[in-house]
Design a protein. Structure first.
Ligand code: 5AD
Ligand code: SF4
Length: 473
């Protein structure tokens, strides 16, 4: 790219003399294709927001680069949920400094949950003077104007809005996946679980309208998407902000009226808000996947209460029983945390026993991480690191055992309809498909099958991976 530009400039000097060079450089700078590279941390919500950032980049004339080395603009879309996400970010922003030194025209931006925290933008720009742009989650829609500013004058742009803005339906998404698509239904969270930073960095709950969501889903199905995942920090409180009642069920019923073959998923649920009627909606349409992610966090009532989760162990277990009564083949998954302040050995034993009772298909397991400004951060009895480490090992080992025995019972030698989604990165002769339960299964198959449905008999079922073969039915 640079060799090429040098050649053109030399040719201009030879042909027109140095006088025209300035004009030509301006013209060349404006017409030269620019490349972006987005590095995304964290959850599906962030991954989807990076699709919006990519849309904005492209609307401003940028193309995707294959690596940070080839990019004119590197944007970090950050996560703040746990300390290790932040540490990773700091390491990677630090590492990009050498690229900027080699190529001073390179622009570097940082946005997302981490920058939305109070004081984070200031410490970031102080620590990394080579960062050109910082903005937060609330002003993501203004990213295009920040790009314009950076391209039109010297200097940095640092702007973090304190409050969330109204939902903007005007900016689209640039999706690279052709089979599966995320669709946001609500933003923000009102729950203030005492360990969680999300309500502070993503603001209060705001729901999109049913027609807006439906329109987007319809558009995606019309353009060939086969798997739609509805996203929200708590999809079960969809519509509460506009006074709706059980609006999430209403939304599911509307989606059910759409024609065509697709898979519908949603995440994430809150045990205190997931209603029977939502589960009944899932059961009523074969295109709605029998997969429910229901984060429990802890099996101890004392811990759940201090976490401000607003349900008890017994409430949770009865919710699970309700789900299994309506959807006997449901794949139930969860999030569990160890080492919350004040967690005793008995509390932890309650988490282990709940995992045994629920037999989750899979679980994300976390070590509690102190988040500045949250209620739990100020709690006195923080659990020592070595205790947390020891507990997470025990929880992971138990859950692994459960997941492999559940996988054998649920999948081994059984046939499932799957949606083929991608080439298997480990073996070019194979492709991967997703079962209704949300598990990836690898089969020998031609990439032309990607985006179609087929039947697969599972021949090997492990805790984390499934292998199978294509069958007729
Ligand atoms: N420390 C550890 N895990 C956390 N989570 C949220 N906040 C924290 C924290 N401070 C976990 C919860 C949540 C998941 C998305 O991340 O389990 O469900
Ligand atoms: Fe965080 Fe709780 Fe809201 Fe989930 S429901 S985003 S854990 S505050």
């Amino acid at each position: 790219m640079h060799g090429f530009s040098f050649f053109i400039i030399k040719a201009v000097i030879l042909q027109y003399g140095t006088k025209s060079l300035d004009n030509f450089c301006n013209l060349y700078y404006n017409s030269k294709m620019k490349y972006y590279y987005i590095i995304t941390y964290g959850c599906q919500m962030n991954a989807h927001e990076s699709e919006k950032l990519a849309r904005i980049f492209r609307d401003k004339g940028y193309e995707a680069a294959e690596s940070a080395e080839q990019a004119d603009f590197v944007l970090f879309n950050t996560c703040a949920i746990r300390e290790n996400a932040e540490q990773k970010l700091f390491g990677n922003v630090g590492a990009i400094k050498s690229l900027k030194r080699k190529r001073p025209s390179l622009r570097i931006g940082v946005c997302g949950c981490m920058t939305q925290q109070q004081g984070a933008a200031d410490s970031l720009i102080e620590r990394y003077p080579f960062v050109d742009l910082v903005f937060g989650t609330h002003n993501i829609d203004a990213f295009g104007s920040y790009l314009d500013l950076l391209n039109s004058r010297k200097g940095r742009v640092i702007e973090v809005w304190e409050r969330e803005a109204a939902i903007n339906e005007d900016i689209g998404y640039y999706r690279t996946d052709r089979v599966q698509a995320y669709v946001n239904i609500n933003y923000g969270c009102n729950n203030f679980c005492s360990y969680c930073i999300v309500p502070y960095v993503r603001g209060r709950e705001r729901s999109r309208s049913i027609p807006a969501v439906l329109g987007e889903v319809e558009g995606l199905l019309a353009s060939g998407y086969k798997e739609i995942t509805l996203l929200g920090q708590n999809v079960n409180s969809y519509g509460n902000d506009w006074g709706g009642k059980d609006s999430f069920s209403a939304l599911l019923k509307e989606i059910s009226r759409l024609t065509g073959k697709f898979q519908l998923r949603f995440m994430t649920n809150h045990p205190k808000d997931l209603t029977r009627s939502v589960v009944e909606c899932v059961a009523s349409d074969s295109r709605f996947c029998h997969a429910i992610h229901l984060p429990v966090q802890s099996g101890s009532n004392a811990v759940l209460s201090r976490m401000n989760r607003k349900y008890t162990r017994e409430d949770y277990l009865s919710r699970v029983a309700m789900i299994r009564e309506i959807l006997p083949d449901v794949a139930l998954t969860t999030d569990m945390m160890v080492g919350f302040p004040g967690e005793t050995e008995e509390d932890f034993a309650d988490t282990l026993s709940l995992a045994e009772l629920c037999r989750f298909h899979s679980a994300f397991t976390f070590v509690y991480s102190r988040r500045r400004g949250t209620v739990a951060d100020a709690m006195q009895d923080q659990v020592p690191e070595e205790v947390k480490t020891e507990r997470i090992k025990r929880l992971v080992a138990l859950q692994k055992e459960i997941a492999s025995s559940v996988a054998k019972e649920y999948y081994q030698n059984k046939t499932f309809e799957v949606l083929f989604e991608a080439a298997d990165t480990r073996d070019p002769s194979r492709i991967t498909g997703r079962t209704g339960a949300g598990r990836l299964v690898s089969v020998k198959g031609d990439p032309s099958l990607i985006g179609t449905f087929g039947h697969v008999k599972v021949t090997k079922a492990g805790a984390n991976s499934l292998f199978g073969e294509l069958t007729e039915v």
